[in-house]
Ligand binder design. Structure first.
Ligand code: J9Q
Length: 242
């Protein structure tokens, strides 16, 4: 997969992508991530990427021309069209594991990071195929949101994860929160690892973990519980225990 990122601060991607799983995926030839500077596609000598909002108001708006021209230039470089062009914006649909899985199926992906107070709506209307938000909080720009999307998509590409980092056991993979994990020492500052985990009884351990997942999902993320696939018995059990 090739991922092209259009942004105003491409340097922001250097360190994260040279330490994470993305680095390993690139080394294995499974993915190529290229961050482009939208400012390189401006025409005036000051490299003006933003301008005042029509209708007035505070802040600046990212101009459409350099964004369209960057996307078109990169599209020609990669020789592909009909690829997902994702605009990272607080107005987008909430990002989920399902969306990440969908994006991981493509050979190419383009991400557009807005900055300033916003981006000209014609980018959303006529260039982006999708608008995504990573959550309801204010960021300085779309770069951090793009990093989140890249990380979650890249780790779903076949061959990126090692065999002991399987995808299916992760939180959210089955719609429930993960059960609590422990490692050595068995007792730390008087706090003991749940004895069941030391019992060697794999059936009991699996059942305990399942119950823990159900209980903490009910307590912390009841919204997830509604969509998760549970047996009638499990739903009744949760009602009895919370
Ligand atoms: C571009 N806050 O926030 C949440 N997901 C994306 C964003 C975002 C932001 C500012 C600029 C994206």
């Amino acid at each position: 997969m090739r991922i092209d990122i259009l942004c105003l601060f491409p340097e922001m991607f250097v360190s994260p992508f040279s330490h994470s799983i993305v680095k390993r995926a690139e080394e294995r030839g499974l993915v190529q991530v290229v961050a482009h500077n939208i400012r390189d596609y401006t025409h005036d000598r000051h490299g003006t990427a933003d301008d005042y909002p029509y209708g007035g108001g505070a802040g600046m708006v990212l101009k459409p021309e350099p964004v369209f021209e960057a996307a078109e230039h990169i599209g020609q470089l990669t020789g592909v069209d009909n690829i997902p062009v994702v605009l990272l914006t607080p107005q987008g649909r909430p990002f989920t594991q399902r969306i990440a899985a969908g994006l991981s199926e493509y050979a190419n992906l383009m991400l557009i990071c807005g900055h300033y107070e916003g981006i000209d709506e014609r980018v959303a209307e006529n260039l982006a195929t999708d608008e995504i938000s990573i959550g309801d909080y204010v960021l300085t720009g779309g770069e951090l949101a793009a990093m989140v999307v890249v990380d979650s998509v890249v780790r779903l590409i076949p061959g990126v994860l090692g065999s002991d980092e399987s995808v299916t056991d992760d939180s959210h993979a089955d719609g429930l929160l993960e059960y609590p994990q422990y490692t050595r020492p068995e007792r730390y500052r008087g706090w003991d690892v749940p004895p069941i985990l030391l019992s060697g009884n794999h059936g009991e351990i699996a059942a305990w973990r399942r119950r823990q997942s159900l209980l903490r999902t009910a307590a912390r993320r009841p919204d997830l519980l509604e969509k998760a696939t549970l047996t009638d018995k499990e739903r009744a059990w949760i009602s009895d225990n919370s």
